[in-house]
Design a protein around this ligand. Structure first.
Ligand code: HH2
Length: 334
């Protein structure tokens, strides 16, 4: 099964009747390029921008959902070492479950410069924690943050519900088949090279169009591997092979990614650019800036916000929703 996903064009002059999106940018479809007169989007294209996507892990995506980050690693850039012991991880999962809609559990840091963790060790860090969370009666959907099929399989067996792959199924050739076979949601994130070297590859002519087209290409690859389009989530991968200007450009153009027709996930929480712009060297001091970015994402229609500070984000979103006239669903679980 293969399906064509829309692409943004790079390097062409902006046509007068291109759709303005995300402020000043324009999107138009590759299929319409090459001399064909540009036209207004048809009903299907409009629907891709405006319709609420399919449910993910039983959650409707008609309002921003919170994905709480739970890293069971000794070295994650922000919370590394804090939940490394299993009991600590379960306790944190319990408190996060009161605020988050999804828990994202990771056993390998992907911060710039991070080293690869052997499969057996990554499984030993994550699967028992997921099993313990389920045994503790915590039913919140769980996402496994991994690029390795064996780690994802062990996590799904232990009670996880979806896969979050920062390489969009590129790292492990077995990953696409696993996701297709288990028929679970998968987050396809844009990244370049690997965490060890990605910052050396932070070069783009037009970062927004290139990230957009990469995600379209990864959706096509996923569909060819048998993954249902309704199971795909896309993520521009803030900080992964991007410098400050790239991160800002992507955040300003977030709404353009709705053209892909998949739920949009944003992971900006406590990342370096927030420290740079907000004057907070210590990652733990970047919560206020992270909230500002989360609300910016919500205003651009982001469906899932991946954050460390779940309680603060929930409160901020509650106010944002009320002021935006979307009182319904403000309270967690409503
Ligand atoms: N960012 C990180 C890890 N996983 N997944 C998605 N979908 N999007 C992201 O932006 C993303 C991600 C990196 O952040 P963190 O998990 O906090 O740190 P580390 O990789 O050091 O464990």
């Amino acid at each position: 099964m293969s399906r064509a996903f829309p692409r943004a064009q790079t390097g062409l002059p902006r046509p007068q009747d291109a759709l303005p999106l995300a402020g000043s940018r324009a999107v138009w479809w590759r299929e319409m390029a090459a001399g064909e007169a540009l036209r207004a989007p048809d009903a299907q294209e409009r629907a891709a921008f405006s319709a609420a996507p399919a449910e993910i892990c039983g959650l409707t995506l008609d309002r921003p959902r919170i994905m709480g980050i739970l890293n069971v690693t000794p070295d994650s850039f922000s919370d590394g070492g804090r939940h490394f012991a299993h009991e600590d991880a379960v306790a944190r999962a319990r408190s996060m479950a009161a605020e988050a809609d999804i828990l994202d559990i990771g056993g390998e840091s992907t911060r710039p410069g991070a080293r690869e963790v052997p499969v057996a060790e990554e499984i030993a860090r994550t699967a028992p924690v997921i099993r313990a969370i389920r045994e503790a009666g915590i039913g919140t959907p769980i996402s496994i943050d991994t690029r390795k099929a064996a780690v994802a399989a062990a996590a799904l067996d232990a009670g996880a519900d979806m896969v979050n792959d920062v390489t969009a199924l590129r790292f492990d050739p077995e990953m696409a088949a696993l996701v297709a076979e288990r028929d679970v949601p998968v987050c396809l994130m844009h990244s370049v090279a690997d965490p060890e070297t990605m910052q050396q590859h932070a070069r783009y002519d037009d970062v927004v169009a290139e990230v957009h087209d990469h995600l379209a290409e990864r959706m096509e690859a996923a569909a060819s591997a048998g993954i249902a389009p309704s199971r795909m989530i896309v993520d521009p991968g803030i900080g992964f092979g991007k410098v400050l200007a790239h991160n800002i450009a992507l955040l300003q153009a977030l709404s353009l990614f709705h053209g892909l027709g998949a739920p949009l996930l944003l992971g900006a929480s406590r990342k370096r650019f927030i420290g740079t712009l907000g004057g907070a060297e210590d990652a733990a001091a970047r919560m206020p800036g992270s909230l500002a970015v989360a609300l910016h994402g919500a205003a651009q229609g982001v469906h899932i916000l991946r954050v460390h500070d779940t309680a603060e984000t929930r409160q901020a979103l509650g106010l944002w929703s009320a002021l935006a006239g979307q009182e319904e669903g403000v309270a967690h679980g409503a």
